[in-house]
Ligand binder design. Sequence first.
Ligand code: CA
Length: 337
Amino acid sequence: MEMRKLIAGAASVSLVATMIASCTPAGDEGEDNGQSSATCTKVEPARVAIKAGSFAMGQDGIYREEGPVQSVSIDGFWIDNIEVTGGQFDEFVQATGHKTVAERPVDPSLFNVPADQIPADMLKAGSAVFIAPDKPTNNFGDWWKYVPGAFWRKPLGPDGPDMKPDEPAVHLAFEDMAAYAKWRGGRLPTEAEWEYAARAGQENYTEQPQQANSWQGVFPMVNEGKDGHKGLAPVGCYEANAWGLYDMIGNAWEMTSDFYAPGHDPKRPEKNPKGPSENTAYDPQNPGLASRVIKGGSFLCAPNYCQRYRPAARSGRDPGLGASNVGFRLVYDKASR
Ligand SMILES: [Ca+2]
């Protein structure tokens, strides 16, 4: 809810901080309305087996919350080769009638301020949309807007185009993703599972990857789109990692099941670790809120602003508010349903 305050211009420092941490800042729907600009070959959805193994989780020397580096072992599991698409989420909604959080009016009590101080639009159903600023600015509120009527089917708002079925489903709250996962017979990955799969046995890297949808140019004003996409890209448009997984880095941030704390607990179990409990979760950018960990960065991550196009990168996320650059993918405890 802190994020809502920030977007509302409620002078919430914590909301601003959330935006920084989440790279949530750089969409690009502004100048080109988020339209894709490159041709992509369609990738068929597949459940990929990930073998049990060990790896060094985390990264030192870039962002403090990614450390300390720890040796971690992971049991085998299965993971989708692509992010959940708008088309797949549509199948779920058609089958179940699920109504997402972004489609429901907002509970005023979430703001913890007198009702007459809440802008009316902030109480309408909606979600956070990146809109590129038309002038240089360092104010997150200049590019993140709470847009009434924005939801997974209308990612830029009611007056924008419909979602594209082959792009990641966005504007979902954690509970929407969990409901989808239950329906599909899967679950959201732990952060450790996600990072293990994203690394695919590769060493740390620090450079902006060539094969990922991120941001080229000076964020948030100049989106050069050299990677072929200024907004979301169709899933599977960039080269898969060594284990056959697409878009683990870039495109949309991906939600995990872990609660967030600013760093890894060195005392946690080495085998199949999870994040802190809900009661001990802590997100300095979202005080009072049990944030969830998101991974992988998005099409908004830029070297000059938010270097979160790395497997170790992580951010806390308000579980109740969707955004135009946050999606998810599923993992499974068996090969098929
Ligand atoms: Ca891009």
